[in-house]
Design a protein around this ligand. Structure first.
Ligand SMILES: [Zn+2]
Length: 387
């Protein structure tokens, strides 16, 4: 079977030359001449585009103390760890990731290494160190900046270095206890607008980390391309604002939901998550039902239950909210490719697209658990998993 990023169909033959898909036939493989090799994936397999994780941190080690561990590592050790993290994502069929926060632009080093060997990991769209207020959320990445001119300059620096996206911490977060709480805003609406204007002028999308309602609304009004987390955390719990949810749905801004928990590491489920689980789920469901463009950003790396291959569990979680498996698959393929500004190149099996492919046993458009049963992974036309 074929899921091409949009629809599911029957037997198909995908022709690959080098790192590209050159043709898609909705038929069984025709007889071939001697120059062509044929991989028969069998009748019970679904071939689909490699998955896109809209929010990961290769620099976090998915251990119990990711921040302490990051601070303790020098750049060389961190790079070694990041290469392994990238490889583990790729082995799960995740062929594109947006790295929304690293130290010293180390993700760009991996991007350079992949120029010759794309099969060494998923394609990485790197943000570099996220923009954050002095002492603010994830300041240890080194992206502290405030003031209009400095914000503009920070965006220009990321563009000049080759980043594919700008990440800004609109609100506080849970990983930086000595900064403002997650529900509180870090930047004003005007600051966020400055970041968006400069990034868009340079052709870069903006991803805004936003937990609190005010930060979500300000980032949305500033015109960011994606709202990361969108949890509506308040001082007392989770308090979604229907008007803001409607405004998100009416906009072009993507809602990047931080779903996905690895059952292998759920020894101690996070307290806040257990406490607010129902309300967070209801908020996520509401975003989808009211028509927001929902993609999945696992936030891989931030905890033991967030290993770098956790994304398939996020897809399963999404269907648990009542979203159809087909819509959930689109959110990690064709829809995510739109957010990444890589439509037609990623998340779609079509002539001209990158040959980043995932084959799973079963039909994930009926049962997304099939994503856990990987038969083969191809990255840039190279088979990196399976026979
Ligand atoms: Zn994150």
């Amino acid at each position: 079977m074929l899921f091409d990023g949009y629809t599911v169909s029957g037997p198909a033959t995908v022709h690959v030359r080098g790192d590209r898909i050159v043709r898609v036939d909705r038929t069984e493989a025709p007889p071939t001449d001697g120059d062509t090799s044929v991989i028969d994936l069998g009748p019970d397999t679904t071939l689909m585009p490699g998955l896109i994780d809209s929010h990961v941190h290769l620099a976090f080690d998915a251990g119990p103390h990711p921040v302490a561990s990051l601070i303790a590592m020098d750049d060389e050790d961190l790079l070694t760890h990041m290469r392994a993290a990238a490889q583990s994502a790729l082995q799960a069929g995740i062929t594109t990731v947006r790295d929304l926060g690293d130290r010293n632009y180390l993700s760009l080093q991996l991007v350079r290494e992949q120029a010759d060997r794309p099969e060494s990991g998923p394609e990485i769209l790197a943000a570099g160190p996220p923009l954050t207020t002095p002492g603010g959320h994830c300041h240890f990445f080194g992206g502290e900046v405030e003031g209009t001119e400095a914000l503009r300059e920070a965006v220009r620096e990321r563009h000049a270095r080759g980043c594919a996206v700008v990440k800004v911490m609109a609100s506080g977060g849970t990983m930086t206890p000595d900064s403002v709480p997650p529900h509180a805003s870090q930047y004003s609406r005007e600051d966020l607008r400055t970041v968006v204007d400069e990034a868009h002028r340079l052709g870069l999308p903006v991803a805004a980390h936003a937990h609190g309602a005010q930060a979500i609304e300000d980032a949305l009004e500033a015109g960011v391309d994606s709202l990361e987390h969108v949890t509506f955390l308040s001082p007392t719990g989770v308090d979604p604002v229907p008007g803001i949810i409607d405004a998100i749905a009416a906009s072009d801004t993507f809602a990047s939901l931080s779903l996905g928990l690895s059952p292998k590491a759920l020894v101690n489920p996070p307290k806040e998550l257990a406490l607010h689980r129902d309300k967070l789920q209801a908020t996520n469901r509401e975003l989808h039902q009211r028509g927001a463009r929902v993609v999945l950003g696992s936030d891989a790396g931030i905890a033991p239950f967030k290993p770098h291959d956790v994304l398939p569990y996020a897809v399963i979680d999404l269907t648990g909210l009542g979203i159809s498996p087909l819509d959930a698959l689109k959110s990690v393929t064709s829809l995510a490719a739109q957010l990444c500004r890589m439509e037609g190149r990623k998340g779609h099996i079509t002539a001209g697209a990158d040959a980043d492919l995932l084959a799973v046993r079963g039909n994930p458009a009926e049962d997304p658990k099939a994503l856990l049963d990987v038969e083969a992974v191809f990255r840039a036309g190279v088979r990196v998993r399976g026979q």
